[in-house]
Design a protein. Structure first.
Length: 163
């Protein structure tokens, strides 16, 4: 089971909105970092409960692209793209993420920083997400950002601790 903490400025849905979450996973740092950087592993846990990822492509290097299509239980597909800005194995990932509309245009862009620290065989993951760009269409998605990350990190915890 993962310990969790979250801090956000909920209610401010747009540019400058920030979210910080910290989780402790009962798994070594190398395994948790690999779960974030191996596309086959990411596809198994990324997104809220019940979502699948029929497309999960990661080029984990500075300037490398991310493309994930999350499929909701009702069949709706939510495409997301991004670019890695910083990759420091197994300590840190910095990447952008853009939720795409039906025409493939970004509705908003987040800057995500994920820091991995290990203590006694457990890994603390600190996630910081900041909205860099936003459109009017993004409000409903940004309103769910905290819950979406919470559920995603819950799935990550179950994935890395199952052995």
């Amino acid at each position: 089971m993962a310990e969790q903490k979250a801090k956000s400025n909920v209610g401010e849905f747009g540019v400058g909105q920030k979210l910080t979450m910290t989780r402790v996973f009962d798994a070594p740092r190398d395994a948790v970092f690999a779960a974030w950087t191996d596309a086959k592993q990411v596809a198994q846990w990324w997104g809220p409960t019940g979502f699948t990822n029929p497309v999960c492509e990661l080029d984990v290097r500075p300037g490398g692209a991310i493309l994930i299509h999350m499929r909701a239980p009702d069949g709706t597909v939510y495409p997301m793209s991004g670019v890695y800005r910083e990759v420091v194995p197994p300590e840190r990932l910095v990447f952008t993420s853009n939720a795409l509309d039906k025409e493939g245009r970004a509705m908003f862009e987040n800057l995500n920083t994920v820091v991995f620290t290990e203590h006694g065989g457990k890994t603390t993951v600190t996630l910081r997400a900041e909205v860099l760009k936003s459109s009017a269409a993004a409000v409903q998605y940004l309103a769910g950002m905290e819950m979406g990350w919470k559920l995603t990190l819950d799935r990550l915890g179950a994935f890395v601790t199952k052995g």
